[in-house]
Ligand binder design. Sequence first.
Ligand code: G4P
Length: 524
Amino acid sequence: MTDLLQEISRRRTFAIISHPDAGKTTLTEKLLWFGGAIQVAGEVRARKASRHATSDWMELEKQRGISVTSSVMQFPYRDAIVNLLDTPGHEDFSEDTYRTLTAVDSAVMVIDSVNGVESRTIQLLKVCRMRDTPILTFINKLDREGKEPIDLLDEIESTLEMECAPMTWPIGMGKRFRGVYHLYNDSIAFFDPQAEKGTSEIIEGLNNPRLDEAIGDQAEELRMQVELVRGASHTFDKEKYLAGKQTPVFFGSGVNNFGVQSVLDALVDYAPGPLARASENRQVAPDENKFSGFVFKIQANMDPKHRDRIAFMRVCSGHFERGMKIKQVSQGKHFAVNNAITFMAQDRNTTEEAWAGDIIGIPNHGSIRLGDTFTEGEDLKFTGIPSFAPDLFRRAQIKNPLKMKQLQKGLQQLAEEGATQLFKPLASNDLILGAVGVLQFDVVAHRLEHEYAVECVFEACTWATARWLRGKDEDIKALLDKAPGNMALDGAGDYVYLAPNRVNLQMAQERHPNVKFLETREIY
Ligand code: G4P
């Protein structure tokens, strides 16, 4: 194997998806701990974006600069280099989560054994489905009285329409939780919340007399269950997992460290390395010699003392080296990158080298946009970074009209970062903000005030939904002539139809059958 191939094939780049409170933060923290990337648990928790009241959240943001979560954590584990991408816990920032999911090769889904499959998990899974992202499942909180494991598997299979292949099987739950049986290793790990890694002992074999000695009657119960489970559930099939059709399932208790290492091992053993990416022009294979990557996230104020923004770039192919000259395809500009950043669990280092699968941060002053492709020269455009039609709209009303220029600039930049969407109706001078979650408006108001020194209020407005338009020039023009009051340009200069209600939208669609009204738009 060449060095390039070797480096690439050991990368594992993934995100954790879950409903709030299922245990994503806990699992993140424990994965880092098992990976040796943090010494004491508790560090990630402190960074967790509050899912509580807006006021708490804003307070946190103020103290730490706008983004509380460190978005990327890299650490070595066994022979692998693991890149864990964090996603905001709050539903109002789901656009950010969706974009992050375009930068991973697989995902870990955390399910709370008490609550089963919850709404946000369903939503996020739909996004993973769009790209057939392989999913590994961790059923958490077995130390509590939850649903029966077999019912949980049924629930996953029916709600998420995915086969489940149990990899481990729990021995009891709640007060009677004794550990898990590994269906493929034929080993049993006993649960002990007092033990450092949550496990007091690991034994081999379901018929081992030590099992009866340790857990008494539950041993026979387990043997019967295992027989049943082996007969009634799916056998793990790596190909199906990689195709996103089957999910291997692990049981455990994150807060007690139990079951976490099996997830980490499974990521290394089964999860895919960097996958090929679609571009407008062609498929780009990770082991191509030439470097390429795309920006899936822009984060401002990571360091409140500096105004810099960090563009998070997923390396899609080849090898990046410090000082390398790369091309920002959208601008046709080349520049040498000397100050890229690699994010470890706690530290950031200047990136000396990175390979396909890695995420590097590029500091900039606003010249890099969401969705930007970078290459060594080829005019590639990676596709698939989504922007969603917002459900919430506000009109920005400035307090001091002399600051109009700053407001325009601020909103333009915040839209390019993906903090909000911006619409400029053709028939007025309004600046309309669109969002998927209401907290986005709070963030924008806060940032306009602190970064652009503009105070403004956001007023309710008549718009209820937006659609991006695609069609021949003459068809778009016909729509423009018929409904000039509904037409707007978005932050990127793309035509958008703004509708005050669904009926209006439907009528416009019926009257203009040659125009496509898109609910999602890909950012280039
Ligand atoms: P999230 O990021 O998905 O929102 O979930 P998070 O990890 O913050 O976990 C949500 C709550 O569930 C936390 O309790 C956490 O301690 C608890 N938890 C996580 N894993 C387990 C587990 O295996 N068993 C049990 N019983 N609880 C678990 P909290 O009270 O909200 O926070 P804290 O006060 O414990 O920090």
